[in-house]
Design a protein around this ligand. Structure first.
Ligand code: FAD
Length: 479
């Protein structure tokens, strides 16, 4: 049933204070900008919570009673449209629930509210020589709740594991408005692994309000090198060779010549402009500086044998920060090169990187477009960023076409249509190509048992949902 904005606002006002509810132009603009493929901005009211788990539960119960869809939202940095209110209704924004509630250095654990920015967890743990290992490149703004729901990775998750490896317990408001507590400070819990089910569920099984996270000791030694290669193929072949040597670097990041060009134009950091690709490799050790030294020496040797044209080694923390600059600023700098860009996200067996990257360049250039590549190479992630002008509908169609070809190749090679950005609304159509109907039905049954009315973030992740039809129709209208 479609309800007017006014009706929704009045209903929420009976549960919350005025400052907890947000609607109107400002909110709509934010959504329009963040989610270009939003089918409709009709009939939703973003509510900005600065409140308790109990208040979130009250709002969810009210939504369920009135059959209003609700969508959890963190910082909105997700790249597959997961936080879109695809069928309208209420957006539950967690960004005001951002407190660190408890630090337990003895058990290497920390309890925080779901809207806490990722970087704040590490800042709070630093005085104890600890940090929160998952470090998405959006870490200064993205939230713990978003990280949990996307099972986010980052440069250092190659060695330390993705978000699911660092979540001990969750407080969540389920899709009926009941408060649930899953997991806890001990790593082993009896019964089904509900914690594992919720992590990565893209906001479709409930709203996380708090999480206990595992903290990781800071390494005592970190060694960082930046190697420049004449072309992307030599750089990606080097990635496979480094892993085959037995080393697991703390991070191994790839940037191509287009990223280099954009970063240099924006920040003038003195990167070797004749390079076709860069690899940023970091080795660390929790116990023994000699181990980090040995590993980085092996990395340098492999880079040299693969015709690296230049290798820079960081001797100080300042130099290390400079070497990381291209990686940290790369995506933002791309904005200089074209009016619009879309970041794809796939994952492939690491050894296939050279051939898949060749395919990416060929496919996008056949469509008459440019592509830039920057990704966590160590874990086989692939993030081709296609540059285009979204005012030109022919270019938009070519971008979609090229993106789907790339994702299909990922599936063919035994990979997946998402490495870390989730399915959201963007990849729904491709899920049927990865799973059998029976497998999808099982996932749908699980979802229905936890989110029976399909009011919690409808139109996301699974292609078998009825609501999907409506979302697709709206997407077509939007493009
Ligand atoms: C420049 C840039 C770099 C990025 N780099 C990386 C990277 O290195 N690695 C990586 O994995 N991702 C990366 N991302 C993607 C994104 O930042 C991550 O997925 C991040 O975890 C999303 O957090 P968020 O708070 O912005 O969540 P949102 O975008 O707000 O939401 C993401 C999903 O989680 C759900 N959700 C959010 N909060 C809650 C909650 N409290 N309870 C229930 N559901 C919730 C939403 O409904 C949605 O489905 C990057 C994005 C950008 C823009």
């Amino acid at each position: 049933m479609i309800r007017s904005d006014e009706w929704l606002a009045q209903g929420l006002a009976s549960l919350l204070t005025e400052t907890q509810i947000m609607r109107g132009e400002a909110g709509q603009m934010r959504f329009t900008i963040a989610m270009r493929t939003t089918p409709s901005k009709r009939n939703w009211t973003p509510s900005s919570f600065h409140c308790s788990t109990e208040e979130v539960a009250e709002v969810v119960k009210w939504c369920v009673k009135n059959e209003i869809p609700f969508t959890p939202r963190g910082a909105g940095t997700g790249l597959s449209g997961g936080a879109l209110p695809a069928l309208g209704g209420v957006v539950v924004s967690l960004t005001r629930m951002r407190r660190i509630l408890q630090i337990d250095p003895e058990n290497r654990a920390l309890l925080a509210e779901a809207g806490c920015p990722n970087i704040a967890l590490t800042k709070a743990a630093t005085p104890f020589g600890l940090h929160f290992a998952p470090d998405p490149s959006s870490q200064t703004v993205c939230t713990l709740g978003g990280n949990v729901n996307e099972n986010s990775g980052g440069p250092h998750t190659l060695k330390y594991g993705v978000t699911t490896d660092h979540i001990l317990g969750l407080t969540m408001v389920d899709a009926a408005g009941e408060i649930r507590r899953l997991g806890g400070l001990t790593s082993s819990q009896p019964g089904y692994d509900l914690l594992g089910l919720i992590v990565g569920s893209e906001g479709t099984l409930g709203i996380i309000t708090e999480a206990w996270v595992r903290l990781t000791p800071n390494p005592i030694a970190i060694r960082t090198v930046l190697a420049a290669f004449p072309n992307p193929r030599l750089a990606t072949e080097t990635v496979s060779e480094i892993i085959a040597s037995g080393i697991v670097p703390a991070a191994m990041e790839f940037m191509d010549g287009t990223i280099l060009e954009a970063v240099e134009a924006a920040f003038h950091v003195g990167l070797p402009l004749d390079a076709g690709a860069l690899l940023l490799v970091e080795c660390d050790s929790l116990h023994n500086a000699g181990q980090a030294d040995n590993e980085i020496e092996t990395v340098v040797r492999i880079c040299r044998s693969n015709k690296a044209i230049e290798i820079r080694t960081a001797k100080t923390e300042d130099e290390r920060a400079k070497l990381w600059l291209a990686r940290k600023k790369g995506i933002g700098a791309i904005g200089r090169l074209s009016p619009s860009m879309v970041t794809h996200d796939g994952v492939i067996p690491r050894s296939k990187l050279p051939e898949v990257l060749d395919f990416v360049y060929r496919t996008v250039s056949n469509e008459g477009l440019r592509v830039a590549n920057i990704f966590h190479a160590g874990d086989g992630n692939l993030h081709p960023i296609i540059l285009f002008d979204d005012r030109d509908s022919r270019q938009v169609a070519k971008v979609v076409e090229a993106g789907e070809k790339i994702m299909r190749l990922c599936i063919e090679l035994g990979g997946s249509v998402t490495g870390e950005h989730g399915i959201g609304v963007e990849k729904i159509d491709l899920l049927g190509e990865m799973f059998s109907e029976a497998d999808l039905r099982l996932q749908e049954d699980i979802r229905r048992s936890i989110n029976p009315g399909d009011l919690c973030n409808p139109g996301k992740v699974l292609p078998t949902q009825k609501s999907c039809v409506e979302v697709k129709l709206r997407r077509r209208v939007a493009t």
